[in-house]
Design a protein around this ligand. Structure first.
Ligand code: NAD
Ligand code: UGA
Length: 482
């Protein structure tokens, strides 16, 4: 089926009964948002504790608007259960939103998807559309079809659609209800039409007319756009989009290293580049490199897909190399600012892989703290939302303490390192911070402050892709011009 784009198609917006399998960042957000759009949703997870928490109306993750959405729709539009078969039976569409982590070869580990498909096959009681919401490699739709056949489900009883998710953690609800685009990869009209019906409240603009609709960039006049492609193309759109965004970040990080070498300023460079509409200003923030549960694994998985097809896509290896190196360079900056590390105390501002989330999966902050601990540093770590998650992977010890107060973390520390771009860390009382520290040294992996402002407040301030500034009492190391 050739690709087509429509913003108003989709017949009546009759409610659809939807089963969502997986209640993580994607499944849970999709479930409450589908309920918000007027559908009946049954959300399944095999984690009993999580389901019990959801049934009590408690959000298991830190995500803006999630508590209100849960309160609004729990037991009306959305119910939570561990009983997959019971949730499948009434559903017209079954969204698979379980994890697809990185396997040892770099390929996505699809064992959770396969386990779920086997369970769906056993619960089938009539035609249903199975929707890949998880990020999966191209041809997964064919593997799912094969798996359904192996379990004795006839071809006319199901279709597979790829409907990749593009939400970002921290803005997930807003992204879902105000998407840049909705991609539907379907190999026939029947299944594409069901997806059109599901998204009709967004694509016809009907949702944005509602008095309590979440405000955002889409509106009744500018509704969400839905693009229909083949299943293979949709699977590739997801991997290629994440890989491209990762590439953009690695590109600006590589430029930041050049900027630093010649005393230029990466923030000015990114501004100057981003004003070109063909480049755009977003995802041009230099820093510690990208982390999180998606970019690292999706770049690796996309690279594996290309390799399997005999395609030379070494560009992706460079993207990864630059990203890994970025953390090495930052660690070196800390070492050169402090001379030696063993026995020093460093306040680490940030644990989450980015701001506005409690997610520490593949967080550059956690990786950096591990290195500091290995080097014999005492770390006092703080984060507005991710302390609990961080403690699960890095338990507190004699060398590592946690506090929710950044000034307490900075007390008597040899330096502060800024690892996550929380607005709380961008709006600190700099005089108070200076007084708390043993030495006024800030090494900022997220470029949250202007070097001039930091110098005026008496700090030695080292950031990414910008000239360092030195507190007046500290000599500036000699730099060799080109
Ligand atoms: P997650 O780990 O937060 O959630 C997965 C959920 O699936 C967990 O709650 C787990 O208990 C549940 N689960 C696993 N096996 C199950 C089974 N057999 N039956 C029922 N439940 C089961 O993962 P996530 O971050 O939501 O990501 C899910 C997928 O979406 C991944 O493929 C990811 O790449 C993709 N994705 C994630 C994001 C994001 O920002 N996190 C954005 C877009 C796409
Ligand atoms: C990313 C994509 O942005 C989503 O579109 C996609 O749906 C999702 O992955 C996914 O597939 O899971 P997310 O991982 O939530 O979303 O977070 P981003 O905002 O993309 O940030 C990813 C990492 O890149 C973070 O570590 C962040 O700090 C870093 N980043 C981002 C930069 O270093 N510079 C930037 O300019 C932007």
């Amino acid at each position: 089926m050739p690709a087509s784009s429509d913003s108003s198609s989709g017949s009546a917006s009759a409610p659809v009964t939807i089963c969502v399998i997986g209640s993580g960042y994607v499944g849970l957000v999709a479930a409450v948002c589908f309920a918000e759009m007027g559908h009946r949703v049954l959300c399944v997870d095999n984690n009993e504790a999580k389901v019990a928490q959801l049934q009590r109306g408690e959000a298991p993750i830190y995500e803006e608007h999630l508590p209100e959405m849960l309160a609004r729709h729990l037991n009306h539009g959305v119910t939570f259960t561990t009983d997959l078969a019971a949730a499948i039976r009434p559903a017209e569409a079954v969204f698979i939103a379980v994890g697809t982590p990185q396997g040892s070869s770099g390929a996505a580990d699809l064992s959770y998807v396969e386990a779920v498909v086997s369970q769906i096959a056993q619960a089938m009681n009539g035609y249903k559309v199975l929707v890949e919401k998880s990020t999966v490699p191209v041809y997964t739709n064919e593997w799912i079809t094969r798996c359904m056949h192996r379990h004795g489900v006839a071809s006319d009883q199901f279709d597979i659609v790829s409907n990749p998710e593009f939400l970002r953690e921290g803005t997930a609800i807003g992204d879902f209800l105000h998407p840049d685009r909705i991609v539907v990869g379907a190999n026939n009209d029947r299944s594409a039409d069901l997806l059109r019906r599901i998204y009709a409240p967004l694509t016809t603009g009907g949702y944005y007319h509602q008095p309590n609709a979440l405000p955002g960039p889409c509106s009744a006049d500018q509704p969400a756009k839905l693009v229909v492609t083949s299943a293979q193309s949709a699977e590739i759109i997801k991997h290629a989009s994440n890989a491209f965004l990762a590439l953009k970040i690695s590109f600006i990080n590589a430029v930041s290293n050049l900027a630093e070498a010649v005393d230029a300023n990466i923030e000015d460079i990114a501004l100057g580049m981003g004003l070109d509409a063909r480049i755009g200003p977003r995802f041009l923030r230099a820093g510690l490199g990208y982390g999180g549960s998606c970019f690292p694994k999706d770049v690796a998985a996309f690279s594996w897909v290309a390799e399997q097809q005999g395609i030379d896509f070494h560009l992706l290896d460079e993207v990864r190399k630059i990203n890994d190196r970025q953390l090495d360079l930052f660690f070196d900056k800390i070492r050169s600012a402090l001379w030696t590390l063993r026995g020093k105390k460093i306040a680490a501002f940030g644990l989450a892989f980015k701001s506005d989330t409690d997610d520490t999966r593949d967080s550059p902050a956690i990786a950096l703290i591990r290195r500091l601990l290995d080097a014999g540093v005492h770390v006092a770590a703080t984060d507005p939302a991710a302390i609990e998650a961080a403690q699960r992977v890095l338990p507190a010890s004699g060398a590592l303490t946690y506090t929710d107060d950044p000034y307490a973390a900075a007390e008597d520390a040899d330096a502060v390192v800024i690892l996550t771009e929380w607005c709380q860390f961008a709006t600190l009382d700099l005089n108070r911070l200076n007084r708390a520290l043993k030495f006024p040294i800030v090494i900022d992996g997220r470029n949250l402050y202007s070097p001039d402002v930091m110098r005026d407040h008496g700090f030695t301030y080292v950031s990414v892709g910008r000239p360092a500034v030195y507190a007046s009492t500290q000599g500036r190391p000699r730099k060799t011009p080109l």
